[in-house]
Ligand binder design. Structure first.
Ligand SMILES: Nc1ncnc2c1ncn2[C@@H]1O[C@H](COP(=O)(O)OP(=O)(O)O)[C@@H](O)[C@H]1O
Ligand SMILES: [Mg+2]
Length: 324
C-alpha cells in the first residue's frame, strides 16, 4: 500500500517560560491510502498534539520543533498558512476532541456545514442545503431540517459531535483525523460516527487516523494500531495482533479492560501515572511503572525491534501471547 501520510521524527514542544517542554518526542509513522489506523494511549500521552500537528492546528503554546510531515508527496511542515489552508477542510479534515469549542456557538449548525461546501467552490445554496440534509440523515438525524436550523447549544454533546463529523466528511476528504470521536458520547452518536467513517473509507477510500481510548474500536475498525506513551510511540502493528501485545504498556492497557474506555482509567498492574511533560527522563518513560524494569530501562530508550509489520520499543518485549 502507498503511504498518504508520512510523519517522521515529529517532535512537538510546549512553550513554558523561555524553553520548550517536549510533549511529542521523535515519532515516526505512516497512514496508507485507504487505511484506518488507530492511535491509543492514556490521557496526556501526546495523541491530540500529534493529530493537530498534521493540519497545522497546534495551540499557540505548542510548536513543531523537529521532524517532517509529508502528505501525498507534499511537505506540510514547509507550507505556509495560505497553502495549508487550501488542503485543510478539503483534503484533510478533523473531528476534534473538544467538540463544543470547535463549533461556533453563534452560527446555526446548517450554516457551519454549508460554509465548508462553499469554501470548496459549491456555490449553489439549495444544492448545498440538500447535501447537508443528506449527510445529517446519514448521521442518524431523522429530522435534519431541525438540526440544520439549531444552534450548537441547543444540541447535546453527542449531537454536536455528529454535526462535527458531518462537517468533516461532507467534502469527502482523503484523510480524516478523528480525535476521540466516540468518547463520552451516547451510544447512538458513537455508532453513527463510526459507521460514517467506515462507509467513507469503503466507498471513497478515505484514510483515517482514529484516536481512541476504546481499544475495541482499534480491533474492530482499524487495520493497524499505534500505541503512545509519554510522547513516544512504544508499539505499532497490525490490529489483528493488538490483543497479543509486545510492549508491557500495551499489555497493561489491555488488562485495564473493561474499564478501558473511561478517561484516566488506572492500569491495575502498573500503578503510577503518565509522566507530565515537566518530568525529565532518560531511558524508557514507562520504566517507573513497568514490572519488568531493569537498570538499562532507566538509562536508554530502546531501539525498535521489528518483526514483519510490528515494531516495539522495549528492551524486554513480551512474547506476544494472546490476551483474552
Ligand atoms: N495548550 C497546551 N498548553 C500546555 N500544555 C499542553 C497543551 N496541550 C497539550 N498540553 C500537554 O501536552 C501533553 C500531551 O497532550 P495531548 O496531546 O492533549 O495528550 P492526549 O491527547 O494523549 O491526552 C499533556 O501533558 C498536556 O498537558
Ligand atoms: Mg487528546
Amino acid at each position: 500500500m502507498l503511504p498518504l501520510l508520512e510523519v517522521s521524527g515529529l517532535t512537538v514542544g510546549i512553550k513554558k517560560d523561555d524553553k520548550f517542554l517536549i510533549a511529542v518526542n521523535d515519532i515516526t509513522f505512516t497512514v496508507n491510502k485507504g487505511e484506518i489506523v488507530g492511535l491509543a494511549g492514556e490521557s496526556g500521552c501526546g495523541k491530540t498534539l500529534t493529530a493537530l500537528s498534521i493540519p497545522n492546528l497546534l495551540p499557540q503554546a505548542a510548536k513543531i520543533l523537529n521532524g517532517e510531515i509529508i502528505y501525498d508527496g507534499r511537505k506540510l511542515t514547509s507550507l505556509d498558512n495560505k497553502e495549508i489552508y487550501k488542503i485543510r477542510g478539503k483534503e484533510i479534515t478533523m473531528i476534534f476532541q473538544e467538540v463544543r469549542q470547535s463549533l461556533n456557538p453563534l452560527i446555526k449548525t446548517g450554516v457551519q456545514i454549508t460554509e465548508i461546501l462553499e469554501l470548496n467552490g459549491n456555490k449553489d445554496k439549495d444544492e448545498n442545503k440538500l447535501k447537508a440534509y443528506e449527510i445529517l440523515k446519514l448521521l442518524g438525524f431523522d429530522n435534519p431540517e431541525k438540526i440544520y436550523n439549531a444552534y450548537p447549544h441547543q444540541l447535546s454533546g453527542g449531537m454536536c459531535q455528529r454535526v462535527m463529523a458531518a462537517i468533516a466528511v461532507i467534502n469527502r476528504p482523503r484523510l480524516l483525523l478523528a480525535d476521540e470521536p466516540s468518547s463520552s458520547l451516547d451510544i447512538e452518536s458513537q455508532e453513527r460516527i463510526l459507521s460514517i467513517l467506515t462507509q467513507m473509507n469503503c466507498e471513497h477510500g478515505m484514510s483515517v487516523l482514529i484516536i481512541s481510548h476504546d481499544l475495541s474500536i482499534i480491533r474492530q475498525f482499524c487495520s493497524r494500531f499505534l500505541v503512545m506513551y509519554a510522547g513516544k510511540i512504544v508499539e505499532e502493528g497490525l490490529s489483528m495482533n493488538f490483543f497479543s501485545p509486545l510492549h508491557p504498556y500495551t499489555k497493561a492497557l489491555i488488562n485495564a479492560i473493561p474499564d478501558k474506555s473511561k478517561r484516566g482509567t488506572k492500569l491495575e498492574n502498573s500503578p503510577g501515572k503518565v509522566p507530565s511533560i515537566e518530568d525529565s527522563f532518560c531511558g524508557c518513560p514507562f520504566a517507573p511503572r513497568c514490572k519488568k524494569v531493569k537498570s538499562i530501562c532507566l538509562e536508554t530508550f530502546p531501539e525498535a525491534t521489528v518483526n514483519g509489520s510490528s515494531r516495539v520499543y522495549c528492551h524486554f518485549p513480551e512474547t506476544g501471547e494472546i490476551i483474552e
